[in-house]
Design a protein around this ligand. Structure first.
Ligand code: M6R
Length: 610
């Protein structure tokens, strides 16, 4: 986590860095800092709290300069405070460093440095790196060489940038396991953890790979590997507009992203159907379809919301392709020496494409010979680049920490993969056409659901003071129950649990009383009558009930306290519709509690640490 930004050129770097940090705040927001080194200015300012605190302090001190680096932090080692905030510096304050990642052997390195006479002011692992670089400089290396030698001593992950007073025209950056992108301007360069921070200035970028170090002056950059091999990088053009990364009049990114879903869902399927033939084409999987269709097993691996999407994917793929499917938490998969090999296809699902556990799990699957494929949103992200092939979900930038539109687009892409592979195996042409027609109708149905925003807001008012929530669903809608509970808990801090509805009787029913709201996902599907019985059981125990039901369902009206009626679609895609009212409900409860829904406490958008 953490966001890093840097600038070198002829303009004042301070507003560029502050603006960039604001755009990266989704990566961490407990403290922030900036260092400027240019034309006689040498200044570091750090503040606890959000980037706006730093902005105010920087304005108060009138900081300006043509080269600088900045950081917004998500604490791993050391509490969020001013001392632990980055940039970190050496004792003489000649060397300044920002770091995103974790130095696993920091404690051992720190002890060695202390024995050599170094002292430390912070509790962070990152401060070790700046002192290690300092040590190599004192041994006579230049900045780039000192960074290289220091990194050779480090176990862990980093996206980092360093400036040195005695080489005042240069920033050295390096990457391993944490993303780093260079923005190419005219006579100026930008550095950032992701393109959001620099898209206002340039669309031309270079994504550094792991184990690469770049030396950047205002006129040029060179990239070498940590083993000193020179690398020529292609300069890529990023297709992203500024509007996509601003709130565009919405009070929160989360609400904007919920409301964008008709378009994001449309974009996830755009150009991917051959409707007449009932087939799907996914450019990123061309050449791999037969191998996937022949797999003995498909594994879907992910974390958080993406893991919930994987669970829906399991239901879809197994039912329609007939291939056994397993879903794995990436964090478990990577550490349990999984039995996986050439007969397996493993899809790694990640909005950011940077989740450390998912990336590591993917490397493990590749090492073992499985076909490792990515399903990502962020173009050029680590998982997208390191997977053998894959599919972009094209949801557009998702900035709110709570994932919303990425989830529905992940479900769309999993549906497309299901049709693609099932048609290669045993799915009829007619079913292919029927599913495609159903998918095409989704954006319009999502529009209908979004019109319920005010109605759902009124329902939210009843539950602002609830301490617990239960979410229940069956079959394809069990993962939706999990996702609804996660949305509520991460932004409203209300304890919420998702369960398969039938499991309620095996324990959670003990929790039901008049203070315990239960959300039932109750479309008219094969298990509708069973869900109604579960609703009766909760009602008999005086539990409050909110139901998500089909628009023509009248039976449910008398049984529940609140019902949100949504359009019907093929049961395979119903999770895509059912989750949207749950996103809206969580959003309004959190807003009514006065919470910052875009930046909930303790969380960050991409979890790039283990
Ligand atoms: O970027 P990823 O999809 O790999 O992220 C996985 C989780 O960290 C993420 O879904 C997280 O659970 C969200 N906060 C959920 O809203």
């Amino acid at each position: 986590m953490c966001g890093i930004v840097g600038y070198i050129g002829d303009r004042d770097c301070v507003p560029i860095i502050i603006e960039g940090l604001k755009r990266l705040e989704y990566r961490g927001y407990d403290s922030a800092g900036i260092a400027v080194l240019s034309d006689g200015t040498k200044e570091v300012i750090k503040t606890k709290g959000k980037v706006s605190e730093l902005e105010a302090e920087v304005a108060k001190q009138g900081l300006a300069g043509k080269m600088g680096i900045g950081h917004t932090r998500w604490a791993t080692h050391g509490v969020p405070n001013q001392l632990n905030a980055h940039p970190h510096f050496n004792q003489e304050k000649t060397l300044f460093l920002i770091h995103n990642g974790i130095i696993e052997n920091y404690s051992e390195l720190k002890n060695k440095l202390i024995k050599k006479g170094y002292s430390f002011y912070s509790e962070t692992d990152s401060e070790v790196v700046v002192n290690l670089i300092d040590r190599y400089i004192k041994k006579g290396r230049d900045l780039a060489a000192a960074v290289k030698y220091a990194l050779n001593k480090i176990d862990g992950t980093y996206g980092l940038a360093v400036m040195y007073e005695n080489e005042p025209d240069k920033i050295v950056v390096a990457r391993k396991g944490s993303p780093l992108v260079l923005g190419i301007g005219e006579g100026e360069y930008y550095i950032a953890s992701d393109v959001n921070a620099l898209i206002a200035y340039t669309q031309h970028v270079v994504y550094l790979n792991d184990d690469e170090i770049a030396e950047i002056t205002k006129d040029s950059f060179t990239v070498r590997t940590i083993t000193d091999e020179e690398i020529q990088h292609e300069i890529l053009k990023v297709e992203m507009t500024e509007d996509e990364i601003t709130k565009s009049g919405y009070p929160h990114f989360m609400l904007k992203e919920i409301m964008e879903q008709p378009l994001s869902i449309e974009n996830s399927m755009r150009g991917r159907f051959i409707t007449d033939e009932g087939i799907v084409k996914l450019g990123g999987l061309i050449g791999y379809e037969d191998r996937i269709a022949r797999s003995k097993r498909i594994i879907l691996s992910a974390c958080g919301t993406s893991w919930h999407a994987a669970l829906v994917g399991e239901y879809m793929l197994e039912e329609f392709t007939g291939i056994p499917v397993e879903v794995e938490y990436a964090s478990e998969f990577r550490y349990r020496n999984p039995i996986v090999g050439e007969d397996d296809t493993v899809f790694f699902i990640s909005q950011s494409g940077e989740t450390a556990d998912t990336l590591a799990a993917m490397r493990e699957a590749k090492r073992k010979g499985a076909l490792a494929l990515g399903i990502c949103n962020v173009v050029g992200s680590s998982i997208a680049r390191e997977s053998e092939a894959g599919v972009y979900i094209h949801a557009g930038p998702e900035i709110g920490v709570a994932s919303t539109k990425a989830f529905t687009s992940q479900l769309v892409v999993l549906s497309l993969i299901t049709i693609l592979i099932a048609r290669k195996r045993n799915m009829d042409f007619e079913i292919g056409v029927e599913l495609i027609e159903n998918l095409k109708a989704l954006p319009q149905k999502v529009e209908e659901i979004l019109k319920l925003n005010d109605e759902i807001e009124k329902i939210a008012e009843h539950y602002v003071n609830s301490n617990n929530f239960l979410y229940l669903g069956r079959g394809y809608n069990f993962p939706v129950a999990l996702e609804g509970a996660l949305k509520l808990k991460e932004i409203s801090y209300i304890h919420a649990e998702g369960y398969p509805a039938a499991e309620m009787k095996h324990g959670p029913i003990a929790l039901i009383d008049e203070n315990m709201p239960t959300v039932f996902i109750a479309p008219k599907d094969a298990v509708y009558d069973k869900i109604l019985s579960n609703i009766e059981e909760v009602k008999a125990r005086k539990g409050k009930i909110i139901a998500i039901a089909h628009v023509d369902d009248t039976r449910i009206d008398e049984l529940v306290d609140h019902v949100i009626k949504i359009p019907e679609c093929h049961y395979l895609f119903q999770p895509i519709l059912n989750v949207i009212p749950l996103q809206i409900l969580a959003y309004h409860i959190a807003v009514k509690k006065g919470l910052n829904v875009d930046q909930p406490r303790n969380l960050a958008k991409s979890v790039t640490v283990e």
